[in-house]
Design a protein around this ligand. Structure first.
Ligand SMILES: CC(=O)SCCNC(=O)CCNC(=O)[C@H](O)C(C)(C)COP(=O)(O)OP(=O)(O)OC[C@H]1O[C@@H](n2cnc3c(N)ncnc32)[C@H](O)[C@@H]1OP(=O)(O)O
Length: 425
């Protein structure tokens, strides 16, 4: 094992990887994430997707040399086209981060993150996004909690929709094997993902991944079902779900577990929710992933019976601060000098004058006195228009030099619609 001569501790290096090494990467990341899968299962799941997107973004930390070399940490990112405020953008979807348990807390992740940010920037990338296993990890690397989503479980008797919920007799709901209606799913999703901030476009390799349905991954539930709602001009929405067959002494206690429900028209939401709440022999519908502003709570008669559990989904990282701020859309005019601290991507550090209105934005490096001083993670958090900078100000985590400057930035960055990713990648 190589040693650092000064510290006598093991030294490692970070480098790119390839397909041949990928089983090792899976072994390390799988163990770090307590995946509990055997190597063949991991490989069977991972290779098809990665064969499609390539292995050139995989980074590994390795210890030792030659035959003794071992992978001790890894990270990767997917090349996404994700809807952001301002339009669809190239986003690095950071994934599969793991450090071998006996190498943790020695700086391996820090080295991987620094290299990954530099690589994304070198390839012209402006954004990185991820789902974090733990909220304490990524703030230090400049990621901010940018999207809050919800899960909920609704007792079936409260799944009653309001009489005035939009209902269109021309719509039909079909229940099918998702693989057979895959084209309809893809059509709906493509439309949603073009505008819904936080969604990424799914190539066919992503549909292969999401529709994979092996018995060992069902956890006692049914095979996946697709309810597709269509009008005369084609599909307008779908729900992907499984059922769980349960009984108790007083009767059926089955459950509906919804993985994804999306629609492009109000009456399609109604049709889908009415389908989900009306499966016989069930007593509860669980929704795993919903936007914070999903129509469900507006459509049910008693919104308080839809109790949301909120969680952070996307953490956003501005890899190129001026580029990202310049191509964003703004809800109100703003003029401010923002002083940015960025430990891991020093090219972002400095003072940036943002001049923006509804027509566009200019961002330039300046030496002027700042109106606000903040960390790059705060800008990442606020970028999707849901997390306010005011919250960080109240918490004493950023500094406002010009009274009202933070409120002005928030008004400009705000979006009426909540971001929604809905898929852990
Ligand atoms: C996008 C995704 O893939 S999310 C999945 C992330 N992976 C996992 O959760 C798998 C299990 N965990 C691991 O593999 C590792 O513990 C990792 C990847 C989270 C951290 O790797 P390490 O090599 O130990 O991190 P590293 O030594 O570089 O730590 C850097 C700093 O982050 C802190 N840190 C690292 N992990 C955590 C954590 N889970 N909670 C709190 N602080 C953490 C360290 O204490 C250190 O702080 P310091 O700079 O103040 O000293």
């Amino acid at each position: 094992m190589t040693k650092n001569p000064e510290t006598e501790r093991p030294a490692w290096t970070v480098r790119g990887s390839d397909r041949d090494e990928f089983p090792e990467v899976l072994r390390v990341v799988g163990e770090a994430l307590l995946a509990g899968d055997d190597p063949d299962t991991m490989a069977e799941r991972a290779f098809p997707l990665h064969d499609a997107v390539g292995y050139d973004r995989v980074l590994v930390a390795v210890d030792g040399e030659g035959d003794a070399e071992e992978v001790v940490g890894a990270t990767n990112h997917f090349p996404f086209e994700m809807a952001l405020p301002g339009g669809p953008r190239a986003v690095a979807g950071v994934t599969a981060v793991g450090v071998w348990p006996t190498y943790r807390r020695r700086g391996v992740l820090s080295a991987l993150m620094r290299r990954q940010l530099a690589d994304i920037r070198a390839s012209g990338g402006r954004y990185a996004a991820l789902w974090a296993s733990e909220g304490a990890i990524y703030g230090r690397f400049g990621y901010g909690p940018a999207a809050t989503e919800m899960e909920t479980a609704v007792q079936r008797q409260y799944g009653v929709l309001r009489p005035e919920a939009p209902r269109d007799p021309a719509l039909r709901v079909r229940l099918a094997d998702p693989v057979r209606v895959r084209d309809d799913l893809a059509l709906v999703h493509r439309e949603v993902a073009a505008a819904q901030v936080g969604q990424f476009q799914r190539g066919s390799h992503w549909w292969d991944r999401f529709l994979r349905d092996k018995p060992d991954s069902r956890d006692g539930k049914s095979p996946r079902l697709a309810a597709v709602v269509s009008g005369p001009d084609g599909p307008l929405g779908y729900a992907l779900y499984r059922t769980l067959n349960k009984w108790s002494g007083d009767g059926a206690r089955g459950e509906v577990h919804v993985e994804e429900v999306l629609a492009t028209a109000p009456a399609a939401w109604t049709a889908l929710f009415e389908h989900l709440f009306n499966r016989d022999l069930t007593s509860r519908v669980r929704f795993g992933f919903l936007a914070e502003d999903n129509p469900l709570r507006h459509l049910v008669v008693d919104r308080d019976r839809v109790v949301p559990t909120l969680y952070t989904s996307l953490w956003m990282r501005l890899v190129d601060v001026p580029g990202a701020l310049a191509e964003r859309s703004y809800a109100a005019p703003v003029e401010a000098v923002v002083e940015v601290a960025d430990r891991h991507a020093p090219w972002n550090a400095g003072r940036w004058r943002i001049g923006a209105d509804r027509g566009g934005a200019r961002v330039e490096a300046v030496q002027d006195a700042p109106d606000v001083s903040l960390d790059v993670s705060h800008l990442g958090a606020a970028y999707l228009g849901q997390t306010s900078l005011e919250g960080y100000l109240r918490a004493g985590l950023l500094t406002e030099h010009t009274p009202g400057a933070v409120a002005g930035l928030d008004a400009a960055l705000h979006r009426a619609d909540a971001p929604f990713c809905g898929r852990i990648f």
